[in-house]
Ligand binder design. Structure first.
Ligand code: GDP
Length: 285
């Protein structure tokens, strides 16, 4: 990762405003639905969320579970369960798991709903969606609304008018998600966000990024690389990311004039293929 990585204006001025708005909205809602990317469930969380959400009930939505490692999906569900947080696996691409949302929210709020019902109150449950950019907040909201609602614009702090819409008889959603910013001061976290495309490539050294990704994959998902690029095991296991990148470039005939391998082209391809899950279902946290 280049040194420039940490100095880019990752924390736009409106972040404070967004956080204030999320804090204000907390008073209006019963539960916070925090969406994370199942491929990087830890790195795609804003660590400040705990302080922000305080005692509000919470549900974690592990989205993009279709392209995350199925075994690790289960491990992460267990991990949250042990912490007393209910999490569900969702795939907004196909809609799988989205139907778990309303019943799970109701079961988390069971006591509260029972108390209200004893008092003769037929209260709607109000939900706020929060998450860092690119985890699938808009996709999830569109899925919940059955596509009837227009796409929520991804402009933090701009469209925070309080509009509610029903997603079931007695559950309402705040129309605009709370957009949090990820934590970039940990380089490993920043890298993982970049691998998944949550940080735009044009601010990064693409070859270095792909090499770092390949280093991670060679350690945990060597088989996936061997299969996708038809490599020998010995070209992956124990090799540096840059060495693997060169082998892939060669294998794909990506050559520059003079016979040098075009590692930049290979880097762009590897990152694209990882993001499109062509390397298989992979979880990096
Ligand atoms: P937001 O920035 O949090 O609102 O994220 P978006 O809803 O705009 O989604 C970001 C990208 O992830 C888009 O390209 C979506 O198509 C994709 N995406 C969202 N949910 C899923 C999912 O469950 N599976 C897969 N494979 N892709 C998803």
């Amino acid at each position: 990762m280049s040194d420039g990585m940490q100095t880019i204006q990752w924390f736009p001025g409106h972040m404070t405003k967004t956080r204030r708005k999320i804090a204000e909205n907390l008073k209006l809602i019963d539960i916070v639905a925090e969406i994370v990317d199942a491929r990087i469930p830890q790195s795609s969380r804003n660590p400040d969320i705990d302080a922000l959400v305080l005692n509000k009930p919470r549900i974690i939505i592990l989205n993009k579970s279709d392209i995350a490692d199925p075994q690790k999906n289960r491990i992460w569900l267990d991990y949250y369960k042990k912490q007393g947080i209910t999490a569900i696996l969702v795939d907004c691409k196909s809609g799988k798991g989205v139907n778990l949302f309303v019943p799970t929210v109701k079961s988390i709020l069971k006591d509260q709903l029972e108390r209200a019902s004893h008092k003769g109150l037929n209260k709607s449950v109000r939900v706020m969606i929060v998450g860092i950019p690119n985890v699938g907040k808009s996709s999830f909201i569109n899925r919940l609304s059955g596509g009837k609602k227009a796409k929520v614009e991804d402009r933090p702090g701009v469209t925070m008018g309080n509009q509610w819409f029903s997603i079931s008889k007695d559950v309402e959603l705040l129309d605009t998600p709370g957009i949090l910013w990820p934590k970039f001061d940990d380089m490993l976290v920043a890298e993982k966000l970049a691998f998944t495309g949550a940080i735009k490539d044009n601010v990064l050294d693409v070859e270095q990024l792909a090499a770092r990704l390949l280093t991670c994959l060679a350690a945990d998902y060597a088989k996936n690389l061997v299969k996708r690029y038809k490599l020998e095991n010995s070209c992956v296991v124990g090799k540096s990311g840059l060495e693997v990148l060169e082998v892939i470039a060669k294998k794909r005939g990506m050559l520059l004039s003079g016979g040098k391998v075009d590692t930049e082209r290979a880097a762009i391809m590897v990152l694209d293929e990882f993001r499109a899950a062509k390397l298989g279902r992979i979880t990096l946290d």
